[in-house]
Design a protein around this ligand. Structure first.
Ligand SMILES: Nc1ncnc2c1ncn2[C@@H]1O[C@H](COP(=O)(O)OP(=O)(O)OP(=O)(O)O)[C@@H](O)[C@H]1O
Length: 249
């Protein structure tokens, strides 16, 4: 489980996060949702140490990440897998080398062991045999899957995913969501997904926090989200014509 307590983050005059507290549960897809600019990515970055919050704590299974020195943080970083927005693969490396990158960085495994792990991860995302392709030769959905393979290369306890469906068609987006959910259940990871895609919310949103005006405005599950009387959340959920049509049924 990851617990965040009273997280504040400011950029100059812009107080983006105004005291966010939440729990992200193990073996579950935990979603951070909210409108554009509501601070979702900022919160994610505060959780993994890419931003330093001015106030508050991020606690990984009882370990206070925010109070740790650089060396102790490395230990937790090795337990974190991340799928960044746009996949963030290294264009000059082939698929296999991209997946082996975190293993090279954090372990002293020999080449055979690393290759075995890369092949296992590739198989797990249904891309067996695509080792030698370069990112430029992959479709958007394949890039995401390679990004996921890299994110699970170190067998992470915590999986962070930023906008997994950006740039994907709805069918491929569901494949990616399902994969994230399967891996979460299979490896009991604490998975945190930033999204504003209502398909993801309805598909994998077991535990959701909704950010609005720098605060946690609502929390609940995908089963509860369409029944809420929270005006700002309703505006977010039913913004699309598709969701409006479902509401009328
Ligand atoms: N490095 C930064 N420096 C200054 N301001 C920043 C920085 N990162 C984010 N912000 C500001 O913080 C606010 C929240 O941005 P953030 O990217 O977290 O929102 P978001 O909810 O993830 O948005 P989107 O859905 O559009 O990706 C915005 O006003 C943004 O301009």
């Amino acid at each position: 489980m990851i617990e965040i307590r009273n997280i504040h983050k400011t950029f100059g005059e812009n107080h983006v996060l105004k005291g966010i507290s939440a729990e992200f549960k193990e073996g579950m897809c935990n979603l951070i949702i909210g409108g554009s600019g509501s601070g979702k990515t900022t919160l994610l970055k505060c959780m993994v140490g890419l931003h330093e919050p001015e106030e508050g704590s991020v606690i990984y299974d009882g370990r206070d990440f925010t109070r740790m020195n650089f060396q102790s943080r490395i230990e937790i970083r090795t337990e974190i897998g991340m799928l960044f927005q746009g996949s963030a693969l290294f264009d000059s490396m082939n698929v296999e080398d991209n997946i082996m990158f975190p293993i090279n960085m954090f372990t002293d495994q020999n080449h055979k062991e690393k290759l075995e792990r890369a092949n296992f991860c590739l198989e797990r995302v249904n891309l067996a045999g695509k080792n030698k392709l370069f990112p430029a030769e992959l479709s958007g959905g394949m890039k995401k899957r390679v990004g996921i393979a890299r994110a699970i290369a170190m067998n992470p306890k915590y999986l962070f995913v930023d906008e997994p469906n950006s740039g994907l068609d709805p069918k491929t987006a569901i494949v990616i969501d399902d994969l994230i959910q399967e891996l979460t259940e299979e490896y009991k990871t604490t998975t945190v997904v930033v999204t504003h895609d209502m398909n993801s919310v309805m598909g994998i949103g077991e535990n959701i926090i909704f950010l609005h005006e720098g605060k946690k405005w609502w929390e609940g599950s995908n089963k509860e989200i369409s029944q809420t009387d929270n005006a700002e959340l309703n505006e977010f959920v039913f913004a699309s014509k598709f969701m409006q049509a479902l509401q009328k049924k």
